[in-house]
Design a binder for this molecule. Structure first.
Ligand code: FAD
Length: 374
């Protein structure tokens, strides 16, 4: 699918930044488990932290295809950075789409410039694939809501200065999930330690504990009971972002594998001369191209209205592609693929999360089948 001249120009700028400024920091950030804040500031300078902020609030307000292209290119540099950016964008999308004029004016211009960083707090220890089972409660008391409960696996947990929170206004009533904006400095909010993860180690993933946190009623983003439908609507865009990131990560592994196939020699010839290696490369390239096309089609549909089915197909297919391609890239590198000094070992570890967050593969297939059978 052809990009417009403007989309191609954005791709080229982000590609250069991702390859020259993000990728060289990725291995050390992974090993130290530290988010590269300088890189974040660079993304902000390129206006990418304002991707889903309307122009009226100082944002770039990118169309969905441009947003997918940006996600792909940033993930080529480092999935941890792309994940942080897409979660920040989920938060700005929620505020832009559901917030009052006051909330938009108060938060969006600063978030567009990169800080405060945003987070999206839906999952809980006992409610992942089925968020309707959440138990965090925001009980109305006069002109405030009082929040109690725990969130789990929150990306940007420590870095964030503002949280988009989903909570029930009545813990015993599943139909009362509502969306709120919680500033990071409220009393009673504590952020857990960073999870020690298989991959995506530079991204901070934490729990959040709310202990009688009070926020003004004006910080409610949706009507009471409209939180889950709002979350699913926003997560359709999120799934396209993760699909695009899977493509970018897979492309990075592909490029590493191609280069290695040409330079590594065994039996007096480059390993790229062996048919088994050539077939691997052919299959990897084909799956990446198919994933990219499906992802861009989902983004194109999103631009013109609904994209639920194609977004789930793209997320499912592209994340499996990322796993397949990184697995083959490690295999092509032999023992050198298995050690941390090379890049494909990290890419292989990072790829796994794309099959889990923002709806597991099993959940995407459930959504796809529901569309087919309705
Ligand atoms: C690194 C990381 C970052 C994350 N970032 C965020 C974030 O920023 N914000 C946030 O809110 N959440 C975040 N998450 C949470 C993530 O979205 C959940 O982990 C995911 O939705 C799965 O939920 P779960 O872990 O509770 O697994 P479960 O829902 O318990 O699923 C366990 C297994 O059962 C399967 N399963 C569940 N239900 C069904 C079904 N109906 N049919 C078939 N199979 C099913 C699943 O596919 C999975 O294989 C993050 C998670 C990780 C690991």
């Amino acid at each position: 699918m052809e990009l417009t001249d403007e989309q191609a120009a954005v791709r080229d700028v982000v590609r250069e930044f991702a390859r020259e400024e993000i990728r060289p920091t990725a291995l050390e950030a992974d090993q130290r488990q530290e988010f590269p804040e300088d890189v974040w500031d660079g993304l902000a300078e390129l206006d990418l932290t304002s991707l889903t902020v309307p122009e009226a609030y100082g944002g770039y307000d990118a169309d969905p295809v441009t947003a997918a292209v940006v996600n792909e290119e940033v993930a080529y540099g480092a999935l941890a950075v792309a994940t942080a950016l897409s979660v920040h964008s989920l938060a700005t999308s929620c505020i832009a789409e559901f917030g009052s004029e006051d909330l938009k004016e108060r938060w969006l211009p600063d978030m567009a410039e990169g800080r405060p960083v945003g987070a999206f707090a839906l999952s809980e220890p006992h409610a992942g694939s089925n968020p309707a089972e959440m138990s965090t409660e925001a009980r109305r008391e006069g002109d405030e809501y009082v929040i109690n409960g725990e969130k789990q696996w929150i990306t940007n947990g420590k870095r964030a200065g503002v949280y988009v929170l989903f909570a029930k206004t009545d813990r015993d009533d599943p139909s009362t999930v509502t969306q709120f904006l919680v500033p990071g400095d409220v009393d009673g909010l504590s952020v857990g330690e960073k999870e020690d993860k298989l991959g995506l180690r530079a991204s901070d993933t934490t729990s959040l504990t709310f202990d009688d946190v009070r926020i003004p009623a004006e910080n409610r983003l949706t009507e009471e009971g409209r939180g889950l439908s709002a979350a699913f609507h926003i997560l359709t865009g999120g799934r396209i972002a993760i699909a695009a990131q899977s493509v970018g990560l897979a492309q990075c592994a592909m490029d590493e594998a191609l280069e290695y196939s040409e330079e590594r020699e065994q039996f007096d010839q480059p390993i790229g001369e062996f048919q088994s290696i050539r077939h691997k490369l052919a299959e990897m390239a084909t799956r990446i191209k198919a994933s990219r096309l499906l992802t861009r089609e989902a983004a194109r549909e999103r631009a013109s209205g609904s994209a639920g089915l194609t977004a789930s197909m793209a997320k499912y297919f592209a994340s499996e592609t990322a796993m397949h391609v990184t697995n083959e890239a490690v295999q092509i590198h032999g023992g050198y693929g298995y050690v941390t000094e090379g890049e494909v070992e990290r890419l292989y570890r990072d790829a796994k999360i794309t099959e889990i967050y923002e709806g597991t593969t099993e959940v995407q297939k459930k959504v796809i089948a529901r569309h087919l059978l309705e």
